[in-house]
Design a protein around this ligand. Structure first.
Ligand code: 13P
Length: 239
């Protein structure tokens, strides 16, 4: 396991965020920990050498007249090293599609920021046993428009929508089957082996079990990353 990405979503006051950062200051973690706070906190002091700053979104445009947007070059100037793209909450709430994801990924890569591309199926899709088809489609819609060397720089985060914020987690076997298919599909179609993370209701109770999935490269954490005690436990637990 390598990456632990903390997606704070639209949570925490400025004081709560600073308090969380303070509590992580002396943490000795062997992992690549990436903190993605609300964008309003990205310019604040980020006092870590061992952790990375991430953002939850980026503009699909370059700097210019785009009111309310934050561009990849602006993120770069703040020290952002990773950015989430295609999170299901943005797909569902803002109706974002590959029409947005492709230019976002291109802008990020131009600025040497690693995109963390989120994919996942709805409960309905899962019940109909169409998960593989939907995930393959989500990958193809974006990867087909990118150059090979750019595809290689993307981290994939598999987040079943029905597991996000629900405390329902797929079994290890279910995750393995899906991740195995993602790896095989991307290898066969694009000739690369992507870094793959799992996200959706990961917490301090289930992390030990989930870590047994050796084909995963890490986790995308949501609500558990807001709680300093739970997060500390997850980031310091032995393999
Ligand atoms: P939860 O861990 O709260 O289920 O959220 C997962 C997620 O959406 C991370 O991006």
């Amino acid at each position: 396991m390598k990456y632990y990405v903390c997606n704070h979503k639209a949570n925490l006051s400025k004081e709560e965020y600073q308090d969380l950062l303070r509590s992580l200051k002396d943490l000795m973690s062997e992992y690549e920990v990436i903190i993605c706070p609300s964008s309003c906190y990205l310019g604040m002091d980020f006092p870590f050498h061992k952790m990375s700053l991430g953002s939850q979104d980026v503009s699909k445009s370059e700097n210019g007249p785009h009111t309310g947007e934050v561009t990849a070059s602006q993120l770069k100037s703040l020290g952002v090293g990773y950015t989430l793209v295609g999170h299901s909450e943005r797909r569902l709430e803002l109706k974002e599609t590959s029409f947005e994801f492709i230019p976002k990924i291109n802008c990020l890569l131009k600025n040497d920021i690693t995109p963390i591309f989120c994919i996942g199926e709805s409960e309905n899709v899962q019940k109909k046993e169409k998960t593989r088809d939907i995930l393959r489609q989500q990958i193809t819609q974006v990867y087909d428009s990118l150059e090979k060397e750019d595809r290689e720089k993307i981290i994939i985060a598999y987040e079943p929508i029905w597991a996000i914020g629900t405390k329902v987690v797929p079994s290890n076997l279910e995750i393995c089957n899906v991740v195995e298919d993602i790896l095989k599909f991307v290898k066969d179609k694009y000739g690369i082996k992507p870094v793959v993370l799992y996200g959706g209701s990961v917490n301090e109770e289930n992390i030990s079990e989930l870590k047994k999935i050796t084909m995963l490269d890490g986790f995308l954490l949501g609500s558990v990353s807001l709680n300093k005690d739970s997060l500390t436990k997850i980031l310091t637990k032995d393999e």
